[in-house]
Design a protein around this ligand. Structure first.
Ligand code: PEP
Ligand code: MN
Length: 279
């Protein structure tokens, strides 16, 4: 099989051949890619200051290191809640500051990069934008870490090449995130490809996260898949949490309650220790 994982004047920047040690990405006192398995938690979308504050307070209390929340939401229907935009960014940054948690949020459009960078500690490229090469190139020139989610139907090679676009621009702080791919299976939202995590850990020095929330779409599957992610060698997990999932404006079915999240953290700790790491 021919591979596009070649670079004209040297080794692929993403590859472990190029850099043996796993890249460690430091963000405000947290290190992704080190001994600690980083847990990024929060609602799918920033809905209001109160909801985000309650969520952040509770997930932090259970041991989450970073806070997530979308201000620009890539929704399948244009009639679904699209996110609060800049107001959402402001709320996220404010709560992150208050709770002393770095914040991760999605940038959907190249024209929003500078605005999102003002508020976010880490910018996220969503699955739907993994193939947006002009966005990737622009993110290659910023001075903020980028979480690059795997495209819904992307091969591992395409995912690594998307990361290469960012690295090639000079931004070396890329974090990969497996979030499930679309297969013929209909009973789960996506098929969480954990073999990709183990393989990418072999092929690349970049840290790898797993998002079992979007990876399964089903609340009860988040804990077992988070455990499996740790066993597969993930450097972190991203989990959707909402204080009242039934009322969530997006992705309530896959969101844990703060109590469910706290339970998950306790159970994960044992798994982390079994793999020589910690939560
Ligand atoms: C998200 O994490 O908010 C999100 C929209 O995920 P994905 O891009 O993986 O669908
Ligand atoms: Mn979501």
């Amino acid at each position: 099989m021919t591979s596009l994982l070649t670079r004209p004047n040297g080794k692929m920047l993403v590859s472990r051949d190029n850099k043996q040690k796993t890249t460690r990405i430091k963000v405000k006192g947290c290190t992704i890619g080190g001994e600690q398995i980083i847990v990024i938690a929060g609602p799918c979308a920033v809905e209001s200051e109160d909801i985000l504050k309650e969520t952040a307070f509770k997930v932090r209390g259970s041991g989450a290191s970073m806070l997530r929340g979308g201000a620009y939401k890539p929704r399948t229907s244009p009639y679904s809640f699209q996110g609060l935009g800049q107001e959402g960014l402001k709320i996220l940054a404010r709560i992150g500051e208050e709770m002393n948690m770095p914040v991760v949020t999605e940038v959907m459009d190249s024209s929003d990069i500078s605005l999102v960078s003002e508020y976010a500690d880490i910018l996220q490229v969503g699955a739907r934008n993994m193939h947006n090469f002009s966005l990737l190139r622009k993110l290659g020139r910023i001075d903020k870490p980028v979480v690059l989610k795997r495209g819904m139907a992307a091969t591992i090679e395409e995912w690594l090449l998307a990361a290469e676009y960012i690295l090639e621009g000079g931004n070396t702080r890329v974090i990969l995130c497996e979030r499930g791919i679309r297969t013929s299976e209909r009973w789960t939202r996506n098929t969480l490809d954990l073999s990709a995590v183990a393989l990418v850990k072999e092929l690349s020095h970049l840290p790898v996260l797993v998002d079992p929330s979007h990876g399964t779409g089903i609340r009860s599957l988040v804990l077992p898949m988070a455990k499996a992610a740790v066993a597969a060698g993930a450097d972190g997990i991203m989990i959707e949490v909402h204080p009242n999932p039934e009322k969530a404006l997006s992705d309530g079915e896959q969101s844990l309650t703060p109590k469910g999240f706290s339970l998950m953290m306790r159970e994960l700790d044992v798994f982390a220790q079994a793999t020589g790491r910690r939560i």
